[in-house]
Design a protein around this ligand. Structure first.
Ligand SMILES: Cc1cc2nc3c(=O)[nH]c(=O)nc-3n(C[C@H](O)[C@H](O)[C@H](O)COP(=O)(O)OP(=O)(O)OC[C@H]3O[C@@H](n4cnc5c(N)ncnc54)[C@H](O)[C@@H]3O)c2cc1C
Length: 298
């Protein structure tokens, strides 16, 4: 791997032996052998092809706001998308490069009087991360605005997927089951009243600040909501708020958030997640589904 990486041209920003705790919102994770930032979509495609052709393990990440890396070394390449940050506006249709931060996009589009991203104005990921997860809030999700997604498929072909091809459902898209790399996401917004859109974003921000432990590292909601129920309520009713394992704690503010309250290890977080899962199963016979993704545990 070292030899292949050393041959990459100087347009790539390459870091080695970096702690993944800097790249995840839980602030946990082991060392990544390499972190590579491609400078453009073409360079991302080139890099993925090189890594695939040489059987080098890799993972593309956004803002790491849904990820729990183990404390093991990631013996491969983490691809970061910070430089894939262009957006092309054609009236109310936007083509957004994979690494564009969505909170920034929500504010920008609101200021142009475009409505549709208000639901995502507090979700701290990039457009490809939100699309992968079909992230959502306030009964809206990415499925309601995505027109098409351009991906590099597992055979290194560039393919256009329509909204229908994405098979979106609650916190699910086809990307979870395919080895596709998202290059751009086309979204369609609606014309609206700038002041009203900005006011809604402000209101949502206030609600999040009141209800979520935003002053601690976390990765948002830990569990999906079972149909017709709220995970936070099930956990709260078990009096688990404030319960901790090592440095990981069930937030006192929002029972479906685990916070890194005191130098948690990835294992503390994982153990706490499975402890909650077990308690909910015992009491309600419900299998909570984990929304967050474990990486490099096998
Ligand atoms: C405070 C807080 C609040 C949150 N609130 C919400 C909320 O309201 N609703 C919600 O749904 N989520 C919420 N989340 C969770 C998280 O922000 C979302 O799941 C978000 O979509 C993750 O985006 P990301 O860019 O950080 O992706 P990451 O966590 O970095 O990655 C997620 C997955 O996407 C894949 N991926 C990313 N980019 C690509 C690409 N270009 N090609 C292929 N695969 C890719 C990664 O490999 C990984 O499997 C919250 C998190 C926090 C910390």
């Amino acid at each position: 791997m070292d030899k292949i990486i050393s041959k990459l041209d100087s347009s790539y920003k390459i870091l080695d032996n970096e702690s993944l705790s800097k790249y995840t919102t839980y602030n946990v994770g082991g060392i990544a052998k390499y972190i590579i930032y491609p400078s453009s979509i073409d360079k991302l495609v080139e890099l993925v092809k090189i890594l695939r052709n040489n059987n080098i393990k890799f993972k593309v990440i956004g803002n790491g706001s849904n990820l729990i890396f183990s404390s093991k070394t990631y013996d491969g390449v983490i691809i970061k998308l910070n430089y894939l940050n262009k957006v092309i506006y054609e009236d109310n249709i936007l083509t957004v490069e994979a690494g564009y931060p969505v909170i920034k996009l929500a504010i920008e589009t609101a200021n142009k009087g475009l409505s549709g991203l208000e639901f995502a104005s507090g979700i701290p990921g990039v457009i490809s991360g939100l699309t992968y997860m079909n992230a959502g809030a306030y009964n809206k999700d990415m499925a309601s605005i995505v027109e098409e997604v351009i991906v590099l498929d597992e055979n290194n072909n560039i393919v256009k997927l329509s909204n229908k091809d994405m098979n979106f459902s609650y916190r699910y898209s086809i990307l979870k089951d395919k080895n596709y790399i998202v290059l751009t996401v086309k979204i369609k917004l609606e014309y609206g009243n700038k002041e009203e859109i900005l006011a809604l974003i402000e209101d949502r921000k206030k609600r999040r600040m009141e209800s979520q432990p935003l002053n601690y590292p976390s990765a948002g909601s830990v569990f999906r909501n079972p149909e017709g129920l709220s995970s936070w309520k099930l956990i709260d009713d078990l009096n688990l708020k404030g319960y901790s394992i090592g440095g990981a704690k069930v937030s006192e503010k929002h029972a479906n958030f685990i916070i890194n309250s005191d130098n948690a290890s990835p294992e503390d977080i994982r153990n706490l997640i499975f402890y909650i899962k077990e308690k909910v199963k015992e009491k309600y016979d419900i299998d909570l589904i984990i929304e967050q993704e474990f990486v490099n545990w096998e």
